[in-house]
Ligand binder design. Sequence first.
Ligand code: LMR
Length: 399
Amino acid sequence: MFDAIQAAPPDAILGLTETFKSDSNPNKVNLTVGVYKDESGATPVLDSVKAAEARLLADETSKGYLPIGGLGEYCDLTQRLYFGDDHEVTTANRAATFQTPGGTGALRVAADFIHQNFPSASIWCSTPTWPNHPKVFKAAGVNVENYPYFDASSHGVNIDGMLAAIKNAPAGDVVCLHACCHNPTGADPSVEQWKQVADAVYERGLLPFLDFAYLGFGDGIESDRSALMEFARPGAELLVASSYSKNFGLYSERVGALSVVTKDADSAKTVASQVKATIRTNYSNPPAHGGSIVQVILSDAELRQQWDGELAAMRERINGMRKLFTQTMASRLPDRDFSFIERQRGMFSYSGLTAEQVDALREKFSIYIVRDGRINVAGINHGNVEPLCDAISSVLAAG
Ligand code: LMR
């Protein structure tokens, strides 16, 4: 039977890491997958995480299964981190939160839930979006539609196009939005624009679905929450897929959450029972270790403070690299404006490089970038910024 199977194409993002690993050039640079790197190019384990793991090793008494929805305290702490300690969503108990295997697990559970409960609903994705979004949603059987998002001329958000598409989407559809640090463009709506988007979504009778993978990587926890705060209106329904891969550096532990915000506490209980049924047939219950680490850190004042500092250091290094890259490109190509890289936020920016230019960077200079031109700014450091900008200038000059 397997003789009839055709090879699948490599993944647009993770596939490049495999090619990068086999490249023997000692000066190779990997700006592909969204993983934080420090000045030395390493993806370190946070000190707060190490401390939490030491406690877990000493205190853990069982490897028994977690409940279907995961660790209860982890879910409560996640709600408080994302919505804020005293937000009405949490105090009214109208959100149900589930620990999931990464943010991708949360996206898949939500997509399964949507398909099972609203079979005719489509999910609307930004153009462009994370390439795995449409794949996960379609794998769950949900139809995917697209709304305009990026304006290449301003390197910002095409807010008029986005609002027009939302206002025309059929009531009952779902709109997937990047809560901050848009992947792949790095361009986010302003606070005022988020208000317009939320007005349009709710007036049209759509269900907002916020993908929140980069809390703390934009301008800080408080300001990175502003889109979520705009959607968490009294009585309003929404879905939030969140991830601790980036902000806790827990990529390999697969630790995320799905929060379903309903109109009241009774509705939250009913919806939770359906989400649990969905989880049970998907992966049964989540792995414990990553969630336990987050739970230890967020429930301990000292570790929480240490983590806040480590998150701020990651954010500040990335924003510093945005500035350095912009300055270095200006010194190489003074007639070309790269200041948008400094204005954008999160791990990624859309460089504007074409697929051919990306291929040339890889073939001639062993510089790896996703073919749509997305660069992982966190992969830039003082050691590689000059050769990187020289190489980019060279391929741009070649046309
Ligand atoms: C990325 O966009 O690079 C990350 O979210 C990692 C992934 O799974 O694609």
